[in-house]
Unconditional design. Structure first.
Lengths: 133, 122
């Protein structure tokens, strides 16, 4: 991952900052049109997840390449309580009460790749990629 | 950044100028609920033309605003959802079910003019 940009996420306004910087970087990376909106919206969802469940964390934005494809990577990490049951958390409508439960599964649908690593007490790391078509 | 709310006849127009934080959205909901009563408004228009993102929180709050206004006797129309934003809402798995929408402010005002005066269930 190159061209990395780090956005600290500890208050609501950081959600807006993160998605705006993400959109800018995605535009520089050659994304256009609805892809820019899909990327910005996905960043908004994972950033909100940090605020809602971990209080603070960070988002790393970077250019990525894999198997001859290039694109954008978004990593959202926190040291919050972690997710005990990831499978459950990735189900539409599942929420521990702070949201509609559409954030993470929604973000997955907006991006091309989505990985989540989490364990109770160890925080959560969400890694997402959008590749050029 | 707070959203300015204008009054035109029996309609309140909330014209979103810049990206909204969650706090701004909740403030907009509270203010509209209050102003619908204070100005005896029959309609509310929320113009989101300037927004480049409507995520799950924003979409849910818009639905909340429409339901709140409806309980206070006013119909809400959300206008100006950008094409890319509409695509993202669908891909997120969300809808604005129960909320009237129109292409732009002009169409929204026209829609409110044609709506029956009594409240209908969303």
């Amino acid at each position: 991952m190159t061209g990395e940009l780090r956005v600290a996420v500890s208050r609501e306004a950081d959600i807006v900052t993160a998605r705006q910087l993400g959109r800018e970087l995605a535009a520089k990376a050659g994304f256009a049109g609805s892809d820019l909106t899909l990327i910005a919206t996905a960043i908004s969802e994972v950033a909100r997840n940090i605020i809602s469940y971990a209080e603070n964390g960070e988002i790393l934005l970077g250019l990525a390449s894999k198997d001859g494809r290039s694109g954008l990577s978004v990593v959202a990490q926190d040291h919050g309580p972690g997710i005990p049951n990831i499978e459950q958390a990735m189900q539409d409508g599942f929420s521990t009460g702070k949201s509609l439960g559409l954030g993470l599964p929604g973000a997955r649908r907006l991006m091309d790749e989505f990985q989540i690593v989490s364990a109770p007490g160890k925080g959560t790391t969400v890694t997402m990629h959008k590749w050029h078509r | 950044m707070p959203v300015p709310i204008l009054k035109q006849g029996q309609v309140l127009i909330a014209s979103v100028q810049a990206a909204l934080t969650d706090h701004d959205l909740i403030q907009l909901k509270d203010e509209l609920a209050d102003k619908v009563g204070r100005f005896r408004a029959r309609g509310v228009i929320i113009d989101v033309t300037a927004l480049d993102v409507l995520d799950s929180f924003a979409t849910r709050t818009l639905r909340g605003i429409a339901t709140t206004a409806q309980l206070r006797g006013a119909q809400t129309v959300v206008v100006g959802i950008q094409p890319d934003v509409a695509i993202a809402i669908v891909q997120l798995g969300l809808t604005l079910q129960g909320v009237a929408t129109a292409l732009d402010l002009e169409e929204g005002l026209e829609l409110l003019r044609r709506l029956p005066a009594q409240n209908s269930t969303p």
